[in-house]
Design a binder for this molecule. Structure first.
Ligand SMILES: Cc1cc2nc3c(=O)[nH]c(=O)nc-3n(C[C@H](O)[C@H](O)[C@H](O)COP(=O)(O)OP(=O)(O)OC[C@H]3O[C@@H](n4cnc5c(N)ncnc54)[C@H](O)[C@@H]3O)c2cc1C
Length: 334
């Protein structure tokens, strides 16, 4: 029997021991004004990102229910604390200077899955956004529900995957999303049917101040053995084509229209190009890999070298797929 490995769990550190005196007393006072639960001060964000680079979050919280999340978001908005939300950190790049506000992590405590309704071979399920795709896929196998097989090997959370409109092997998550429920910046819950959300290539079209809390998927009944066989095959293909067991964010750049970013980078002679501890993978040129001692600065410099060279050689601008978790990023941009 196949069990999909939840690779993302490896990246969750044990939080105890990081609670060192906070540098920013004003922030501490503000956060403690609206949140009585556990806060990790000066949390090393590299541990919360699959790229394993970057500095500290001034404050970090891991809410375990929507009510807590709602209190945190409304409190942060009211007291002017800037915040960012992350799932498994498999598509973020944390700058070396870190993030000066509050990072909200939606993780395993936020990962309930339940069946909502069944009708003529289709099943509508509701999943909390901190659930990893791996856990969801294992649950789908057990329930003999098909649709999400293409996500095997994507180390993200359900929330992150909807925001990124994660895709592979010709499918995108939007095809199976029935509705999304998010928390707006006043702490209010809002639901929208999938067809009213402007999903496009690796983005969901809603503003960054919305936190996805629940996603309804519409899936189909299928024999477990068939689901497992497809997952095995896709895992085999992924292992063949992508670097394994390395620190990365997967594909670093979006594919330009009708072209493959990896092919452009490879043809520009950049496989193996290195800045400090960051290197262009020899296996797949659209993967920037942290070989161990990379800084975010190394990754960003290598990113610019790649962009410059591909622009000069092919006149194509490569746009990063990865989201940079910086202090200047306006909350309302897309
Ligand atoms: C080895 C590897 C392979 C990969 N393969 C693929 C692939 O085949 N296809 C693909 O599409 N991607 C792939 N990725 C990239 C990544 O796994 C996906 O984009 C994934 O969906 C990101 O989910 P996350 O929880 O890690 O998001 P994060 O990296 O934590 O966040 C990404 C963005 O989403 C936002 N966000 C996260 N959670 C929420 C939420 N609940 N509400 C609102 N905003 C939120 C964050 O603020 C950030 O802007 C791969 C990555 C790795 C490391």
């Amino acid at each position: 029997m196949l069990e999909v490995q939840d690779v993302s769990s490896y990246f969750f550190p044990i939080l105890k021991g990081y609670d060192i005196p906070v540098k920013n007393a004003e922030l501490r006072e503000k956060v403690q004004g609206f949140w009585r639960g556990e806060v990790v001060w000066d949390a090393p964000l590299a541990d919360f990102s699959t790229m394993k680079v970057g500095g500290l979050a001034a404050a970090l919280v891991i809410p375990s229910c929507i009510e807590d999340l709602s209190v945190i978001v409304a409190g942060a908005q009211k007291s002017g604390v800037s915040w960012r939300v992350i799932g498994r950190g498999s598509n973020i790049l944390v700058p070396d200077e870190g993030f000066a506000g509050l990072v909200i992590v939606l993780g395993r405590d936020f990962s309930e899955i339940k069946v909502r309704e069944e009708f003529s071979g289709q099943v509508r399920i509701r999943v909390e956004s901190g659930c990893s795709l791996a856990r969801l896929l294992n649950w789908c196998m057990e329930m003999e529900l098909s649709g999400l097989e293409f996500t095997v090997g994507i180390p993200g959370s359900v929330g992150g995957s909807v925001v990124m409109n994660a895709g592979a092997w010709g499918h995108e998550i939007k095809e199976f999303v029935a509705s999304v429920t998010w928390l707006d910046n006043d702490g209010q819950l809002v639901s929208a049917e999938s067809n009213s959300i402007d999903f496009s290539y690796r983005q969901w079209g809603e503003s960054r101040d919305k936190i996805v809390v629940m996603v309804d998927f519409l899936l189909f009944k299928r024999d477990r053995r068939e689901i497992e066989a497809q997952c095995r095959e896709l895992t085999r293909k992924r292992k063949e084509r992508q670097p394994q067991a390395v620190a990365s964010v997967g594909s670093f750049f979006k594919n330009p229209p009708r072209q493959a970013a990896g092919k452009l980078i490879e043809d520009a002679g950049l496989k193996g190009c290195r800045v400090g501890g960051a290197i262009v993978s020899e296996v797949h040129a659209n993967f920037i890999v942290n070989t161990g001692g990379a800084t975010a600065g190394d990754v960003l410099e290598l990113m610019r070298i790649i962009q410059d060279k591909v622009w000069k050689k092919y006149g194509v601008r490569l746009e990063p797929e990865v989201h940079i978790l910086n202090n200047d990023m306006p909350l309302k941009d897309k």
